[in-house]
Design a protein around this ligand. Structure first.
Ligand code: BG6
Length: 484
């Protein structure tokens, strides 16, 4: 299975993802000399156009979405591009597509970034045109279904033509540098792993906050909601990386075996362990923004915010809650993981008195910033300088590592650069395996069933706030404060 593809076929080549992420990522890889000399990229979509028009289209996207300092190689990159129009619902066009792709010298990688309703006909078309042979890999972009049943239907359709070891399911969070750094932090250092368990960790928080609202994705988002759009995939992947046992190797089987065990150990969420919200008009970074219902033009039961108290039922994590929250129109864009350690078992320092003298102890906390800042902060207790006539005083001080400073000179890459390169070269480690996706859906479906049974509707929150007050209460009930 190990070949470096010399053809890349992009379905949905005129879509938003292609313009914002895929074409810019490929161009950036090309500029850095990371694509094989002979790699050609064939775009396909419904619109009629020839190669030259597609190259113009791609140039427009690159000039808009590639950082200026990475635009120098655009001309030579465009020479790799070709285009074939295709209506994926009509089998007739696939023969022309196959002719355009030609016979790869080593192999073909296909990237499907289209509506899931087109997956099945596309796969049938590819099969009929001989584009599903042993030297073809299939990469799928989300959404892969809306629940376990629809996800299984998609997976079955793909499995009819491609074995699992040639299917690459994208979760673009796995392409993010700091997400992979979680593995380095945990498994390349001796000091964290002995403490990484219920005996020493009080709780974990995972926040994925966005300032954006609907962004024109009205129909898609209103059918999905925050739970399916963000928790089912990205947040559960982050949780799995935090909670998994050390894999024996950094390879696709070992890493994914460990992740899936965590996902299967997730306890079904109980009543009162979730809060949902929907934003109303407010202000983000000083700018007035409309409410979700106004953007949508009607009332809707879809959640734009969700907070969950999750539990991983295994020896390592017994009794350690994982607080997850994500939402649109929150005060700032931030993705971070907080590991809150327990307090020391016994303090040797004098307790604070009424005058504030003495030692206030705060348990250690590790904050892993994923975006926009890529940093790792470990808060430690330190002695406040002084002669301590009234007893020693302590203060929490941060041990701060800003990764861009630690690694100056390295390029900050788009998550898709890594994933596209792995796809072309055939490394599945950072792609999601079928059993993971299904375990994710199983847990998420049970939450939705609970909401339905309890007739739970989203509480409103003002755009620019941290979600409904009930989300704060969800953590505070346990004496936990969300990290902000
Ligand atoms: C996508 C969701 O998967 O991830 C979007 O569909 C969301 O709603 C996006 O905005 C967030 O990705 P990132 O990389 O900007 O955090």
């Amino acid at each position: 299975m190990s070949f470096t593809a010399d053809r890349l076929l992009l379905f949905g080549a005129t879509g938003d993802l292609a313009q914002r992420m895929l074409l810019p990522s490929l161009a950036a890889l090309d500029a850095d000399g990371l694509l094989a000399e002979d790699l050609t990229i064939i775009g396909t979509a419904r619109s009629e156009m020839d190669d030259a028009a597609f190259r113009d289209f791609a140039r427009g996207a690159l000039e808009k979405f590639l950082p200026a300092e990475r635009q120098s190689g655009i001309d030579s990159f465009l020479e790799r591009l070709f285009y074939q129009a295709l209506d994926a619902t009509a089998m007739a066009g696939f023969a022309d597509l196959a002719a355009k792709v030609g016979t790869p010298a080593r192999g073909l990688a296909i990237f499907l970034s289209t509506a899931p309703s087109l997956f099945e006909p596309t796969i049938r078309g590819l099969q009929s045109a001989g584009l599903a042979g042993d030297n073809v890999r299939m990469c799928l972009e989300k959404p892969l279904g809306t629940d376990l049943a629809s996800s299984c239907a998609i997976n079955d359709a793909v499995a009819a033509a491609f074995p699992e070891n040639r299917i690459f399911r994208i979760d673009h969070y796995l392409g993010k540098e700091t997400v992979q750094n979680l593995l380095a932090l945990r498994f390349a250092n001796i000091m964290f792993e002995p403490l990484w368990n219920a005996a020493h960790i009080d709780h974990v928080q995972i926040t994925v906050a966005e300032t954006v609202g609907l962004e024109g994705r009205v129909a898609f988002y209103d059918d999905a909601g925050a739970l399916r759009d963000m928790v089912q995939n990205h947040m559960l992947q982050l949780l799995a990386l935090v909670a998994m046992e050390p894999p024996a190797h950094f390879d696709a089987t070992a890493v994914r075996d460990e992740k899936v065990k965590v996902l299967r150990a997730l306890r079904p969420v109980a009543s009162g362990e979730t809060v949902t919200g929907q934003y109303r008009a407010g202000a983000i970074l000083g700018e007035a923004v409309p409410g979700y219902d106004e953007e949508l033009g009607k009332a809707s039961p879809t959640e734009t915010f969700v907070a969950i108290k999750a539990h991983v039922d295994n020896w390592r994590w017994k009794g350690v809650p994982f607080y997850l929250r994500t939402g649109k129109r929150l005060p700032k864009r931030v993705t971070e993981i907080i590991i809150q350690f327990r307090a020391v078992p016994h303090s040797i320092f004098a307790q604070p008195d009424s005058k504030g003298n003495g030692a206030v102890m705060q348990p250690n906390r590790l904050v892993i910033g994923i975006q926009p800042e890529e940093n790792i902060t470990l808060s430690l207790m330190a002695k406040v300088p002084g002669l301590d006539r009234e007893g020693i005083r302590l203060r929490q001080v941060p041990l701060d590592i800003a990764l861009p400073d630690a690694f100056t000179g390295t390029v900050r890459r788009i998550a898709y650069e890594r994933l596209l390169l792995d796809l072309v070269e055939g490394d599945q480690t950072l792609f999601v395996r079928r059993d993971e996706v299904e375990a994710q859906w199983e847990w998420v479906d049970a939450i939705r069933a609970l909401w339905e049974a309890e007739n739970l509707t989203p509480k409103t929150y003002t755009a620019g706030s941290w979600g409904p007050s009930a989300a704060i209460a969800l953590a505070e009930r346990d004496g936990v404060t969300w990290h902000e």
